[in-house]
Design a protein around this ligand. Structure first.
Ligand SMILES: [Zn+2]
Ligand SMILES: [Zn+2]
Length: 278
């Protein structure tokens, strides 16, 4: 279904570097990257434009806009969010969504990759030393940083600083005027190699899912629809809260398939049993 087709990557932040090579290899894809597709209207990381809706909804809007503007019916859109990890609290995480929409076959395949591999951070600084130490930790200059004035609405935002010299002179100017400034990691993919590698992992997941087909109707994107608890305790044999099976569900024909013991274990350690270890 996806072999040798035109794939439009709805991006203007260089994400094709993380997606293109893999898709050329797996699907002999003809990768199209639109010129002048400004995804910033859908929200920016540095806060000039608020995002509205869930990341998946934003990805859908980008995909549709790109498909209509460039008249390609197979589109990959991506949306990243950064913040505390959804289950490991207080640890920053990069939460990437990749959405493939095939408008010709009326099919949508989405994957999510949540990684703690991120430099996402920001702080207010008053000295060049603080600024330097933050930038070093962030991986500057391979990873870019963004400087903002600390005032109502961040009246000045400076991006795309290339060198230590430029960083220092810009910061000196802002510190002389305002006494402090806010520095944050630039999360745009082309300015953040760590994020780029997480997008590449998501792309790998997406490619695998595109090759996972429903055994009945052969529709791609055959994926885990839900997981059910009930893995038996090795000691008391009663069901625990741990996952017993994954249920794969076809989005097109609703075919279900149970896969037991998806984590390669058929009993749970009594330490996680609510009966043996309440
Ligand atoms: Zn099916
Ligand atoms: Zn037990």
């Amino acid at each position: 279904m996806f072999f040798r087709r035109d794939f439009l990557i709805a991006t203007h932040h260089g994400k094709e570097d993380a997606i293109g090579p893999l898709f050329r290899e797996k699907f002999e894809a003809n990768i199209i990257v639109p010129k002048n597709f400004n995804t910033d209207v859908f929200g920016t990381f540095s806060g000039e434009i608020e995002r509205t809706g869930t990341p998946l909804e934003t990805a859908r809007r980008k995909s549709k806009a790109a498909s209509e503007a460039f008249r390609v019916n197979l589109v990959i859109a991506s949306e990243g969010s950064f913040g505390p990890h959804p289950s490991l609290y207080f640890i920053p995480a990069d939460d990437e969504i990749l959405l493939l929409t095939d408008y010709e076959n009326n099919l949508e395949i989405a994957v999510r990759e949540v990684s703690t591999k991120t430099n996402f951070a920001g702080k207010e600084v008053t000295t060049l030393d603080e600024l330097k130490s933050f930038s070093e930790t962030s991986g500057f200059p391979d990873h870019k940083v963004i400087l903002k004035t600390v005032d109502e609405g961040h009246s000045t935002i400076i991006k795309d600083i290339q060198s230590w010299d430029e960083l220092q002179s810009t910061a000196e100017m802002l510190l002389a005027t305002y006494g402090k400034l806010s520095i944050e990691t630039d999360m745009r993919a082309m300015n953040n190699p760590t994020r780029m590698s997480v997008i590449a992992q998501a792309a790998e997941k997406l490619a695998n899912l595109m090759n996972s087909k429903c055994p009945r109707c052969k529709t791609p994107g055959f994926d885990v629809g839900k997981s059910e608890p009930g893995l038996p305790c090795s000691l008391c044999k009663l069901p625990t809260e741990s996952t017993l099976k994954h249920v794969y569900i076809c989005k097109k024909c609703d075919y279900h398939e149970d896969v037991y013991y998806p984590y390669k274990k058929s009993v749970e350690d009594p330490q996680y049993c609510q009966w043996c270890n309440p």
